[in-house]
Design a protein around this ligand. Structure first.
Ligand SMILES: *[C@@H]1O[C@H](CO)[C@@H](O)[C@H](O)[C@H]1NC(C)=O
Ligand SMILES: *[C@@H]1O[C@H](CO)[C@@H](O)[C@H](O)[C@H]1NC(C)=O
Length: 327
């Protein structure tokens, strides 16, 4: 019986605020050492209150992807600074190299180890914290890094994004600090996972195949898709033939929080019709250089649960060098 009581204790402690209701005062709550049950739910996004409540109970690495200056001004206590660029871009670019390709995996492993992420250690979870802006590039940083972490062999269930980013945390009045923690370096090595990445020949072989259930999604702004605006990294205006437009900036509400799964699914169906489902068809996402493609990759796979999604990281930058674009 004692054994069973010990097993139940953490569960009961988690339930205490609900079952005991008013009997549990604020003092008791702050002194509680057992993990609330809600902390077991680690979805693709977490809310600020969840992070604040669960941070002390989990082996959690909170990574702040904003600029070093933003981080220095104010950040979530215990979070480490890893501005977007070093983890998600090549450390050294040569002439003619594509922008924002997945970096060499050894670089990613070293960066992750330096901020205290280890592998294999299934208990370590990672929460990514982004800024919010318009254009939505700050919001897109988290899904890009999440995609990079997948490529670096971290199972997706261990990575989550703070919904609404740092501004949501701050606007809820949760504690912030200027104290910079010193992460304990750990060793991270894994097998890189390129299974979800496709190259230009794969895309070339799969354009104009909507009738076979293969859909190309262009995550850039509509004017860019239409060829009215040309981004500096593309060599031709327009989009990859047979792609549909689904601007990634519409994934988020104006405050940088994620739209609801139903809204997102509605957007997807509005663009590709009803012929794509979780069990049928394939979606290939791309954009200008790969950032917004990652936003859709994360949204489709993690938030909507599609597993038939591929990402073309070379995107319009690479495609426009070798093939025609459609207007
Ligand atoms: C492109 O990807 C295909 C698999 O989809 C592979 O067979 C091919 O070798 C790759 N091409 C290059 C140049 O890497
Ligand atoms: C979409 O699916 C329906 C059946 O569910 C089929 O009749 C139709 O031809 C499909 N359309 C395309 C464009 O593949």
């Amino acid at each position: 019986m004692i054994g069973r009581a010990a097993l139940l204790a953490p569960i009961l402690a988690g339930l205490a605020p609900t079952v005991a209701g008013a009997a549990v005062n604020a003092q008791a709550l702050t002194e509680r050492t057992f993990m609330p049950l809600a902390c077991l739910l680690f979805g693709p996004t977490v809310s600020p209150w969840w992070l604040n409540m669960c941070k002390p109970h989990l082996d959690l690495v909170v990574i702040d992807l904003r600029s070093a200056a933003e981080y220095a001004e104010s950040h979530i206590p215990g979070s480490v600074s890893l501005p977007f660029e070093p983890i998600s871009a090549w450390s050294q670019m040569g002439p003619g190299d594509l922008l924002l390709e997945m970096p060499p995996s050894a670089d990613v492993f070293a960066t992750l180890g330096s901020v205290g992420v280890s592998n294999p250690n299934p208990a370590t979870k990672i929460v990514l914290v982004n800024g919010v802006g318009n254009p939505a590039f700050p919001q897109a940083a988290s899904p890009r890094v999440a995609t990079t972490l997948k490529y670096a062999g971290i199972s997706e269930g261990r990575v989550s994004v703070l919904d609404g980013g740092f501004p949501a945390w701050a606007s809820e009045g949760l504690p912030t600090t200027t104290v910079v923690p010193t992460p304990v370096p750990r060793t991270y090595t894994a097998t890189e996972d390129r299974s979800f990445l496709v190259n230009i020949s794969y895309v070339a072989a799969n354009i104009n195949k909507k009738h076979q259930g293969i859909f190309l999604i262009d995550g850039r702004d509509k004017e860019v898709y239409d060829g009215l605006v040309m981004e500096e990294w593309a060599t031709k205006p327009g989009h990859i033939p047979s792609a549909v437009s689904l601007p990634a900036k519409n994934i988020w509400n104006p405050d940088g929080s994620w739209k609801s799964p139903l809204q997102l699914l509605g957007m997807l169906r509005g663009a590709v019709g009803y012929n794509v489902s979780r069990s049928y068809g394939q979606i290939i996402v791309y954009c200008g250089v790969g950032g917004y493609a990652s936003s859709w990759y994360f949204t489709l796979t993690r938030i909507l649960g599609f597993d038939n999604v591929k990402m073309y990281d070379g995107s319009a930058q690479e495609w426009s060098r070798y093939y025609d674009m459609e207007m």
